[in-house]
Design a binder for this molecule. Structure first.
Ligand code: SF4
Ligand code: SF4
Length: 145
């Protein structure tokens, strides 16, 4: 390549649109079937625990609030998840899926990687129960049981 042809390329590129994406200033459109954060909808959950048993990474926990009225909270450990989609395959009631919005999962600390899914009142109930256990038995205050 001669210097002259290089200048020609440089000159032409001044009038072309950049091919690089302006991420993170503009979020790109993600592929429809991207495997991102697992999300859970409690509405149809039967509490069968199949998703929990089938997860090879031990990334899901189903916490029972009230079995009779099918009130559950799902704890998802995004830092353990290998995005294999086994839980989504296993759930007969289509409660699980991959998020189309939450796919930027990098973080400098572990806090965003432990997610509680469920109805607000059920999550609140569990947090209050954990806080109470924490005040009564400080040794057990690390987890929502
Ligand atoms: S995608 Fe795979 S690793 Fe992640 S929670 Fe589901 S079964 Fe577990
Ligand atoms: S497999 Fe589906 S119905 Fe069964 S516990 Fe998991 S989310 Fe609920």
């Amino acid at each position: 390549m001669t210097i002259g042809s290089m200048f020609g390329d440089v000159f032409r590129s001044l009038f072309k649109k950049p091919v690089t994406e302006r991420y993170p200033f503009q979020r790109p459109r993600i592929p429809e079937r991207l495997r991102a954060k697992v999300v859970w909808n409690p509405e149809n959950c039967s509490g069968c625990q199949l998703c929990v048993k089938d997860c090879p990474a031990n990334a899901l926990e189903l916490i029972v609030v009230d079995k009779a009225s099918k009130r559950f909270v799902m704890r998802y450990h995004a830092d353990r998840c290998i995005y294999c989609a086994q839980c989504i395959e296993s759930c007969r009631f289509k409660c699980l899926g991959f998020s189309t919005e939450e796919w930027e999962l990098a973080s400098a600390n572990k806090t965003p990687f432990e997610v509680l899914y469920g109805r607000n009142e059920d999550i609140q109930f569990l947090l209050e129960r954990a806080a109470q256990a924490c005040s009564e038995q400080p040794d057990e205050c690390r987890e929502v049981k």
